[in-house]
Design a binder for this molecule. Sequence first.
Ligand code: IPM
Ligand code: MN
Length: 354
Amino acid sequence: MYKIAVIPGDGTGPEVVREALKVADVATQKAGIKCDYTFFDFGGDRYLKTGEALPDTAVDVMRQFDAMFLGAIGHPDVAPGVLEKGILLRLRFELDQYVNVRPVKLYPGVECPLKDKGPEHIDFVVIRENTEGLYGGMGGFQYKGTPQEVSTQIHCTTRFGAERAIRFAFDLARKRKDMNQLHLVGKTNVLTFVHDTWWRAFNEVGESDYPDIKREYAHVDATCMWFVKNPEWFDVIVVENMFGDIITDLGAMIQGGMGIAAGGNINPNGVSMFEPIGGSAPKYTGQNVINPLAAICAVQMMFDQLGEAQAAELIESAVVKALTCGKVKSLSVGKMGLSTTEVGDLVAGYVADA
Ligand code: IPM
Ligand code: MN
């Protein structure tokens, strides 16, 4: 029995969570496992009512769970940063979910914006360092609101933080047995302190512990170019937090868009949190039009992380069937040809029939 904390969150979060859990229920039943879901109301509405983004006990409560599943965080009536930092980033940091795992996989049946690229070209995983860099929160204002205003936002990388993300990525490259290759993405030509630490950690760890994995390096700007021009060059990528945030949105686009992009905030020794990466899409709330596939893929990642390969595999094959059966016209809002509920039913049906 797995104990799962569910945070449906804001906007369309609850709608996609509902469909993902519908699929999870069928998959767990088939795989002979059980999940017990506990729902938490963290999000914009709760914040507007209570004035607190997360109750102080929340982090410790989360530690009792085997995994967490998050819909979306973001509310139009709450200032930018409050919920992101107060809920999402706080959970990532305090639960030490030190890597953000973002598979970029183009499934068959999905329209790719890149000319002449298909599923055989787009299948890689980005390992984004998830607790440091510009996200660490160092910096501040001086003389705020005056013409002399000074603001700093400091990137802090620790060797420890870089190294553990790098090791996670090397392990994944080995496990995938695909190209046995790991790319470090950085900016060693300009950011010569931080990215020097990353560069040495990458090469030292690789040379001593992963001689079987080929090491490659790409600057972050060039990486954006290669994602579009030659995505088939990538197998696993390891990257610091801010650059990782940026390139994973580009990655989402080449795999078919936010409608299918899922991620996991992973603490290999603790509780991990899985989420569709698309955001709360407030203007579509309650309309039953948003694509639940990203949330369904996030649940698939969750079972994978829990070691439930069969449940994960059932969901992934059902997603592929749903994408190739001709009923899902597009992954974009308003063009799917099916409602949120109908996409959930379709995938759940394929899981049941497997
Ligand atoms: C993501 C999101 C978050 C991030 C925001 C919502 C804080 O963009 O998960 O990529 O920047 O990490
Ligand atoms: Mn992002």
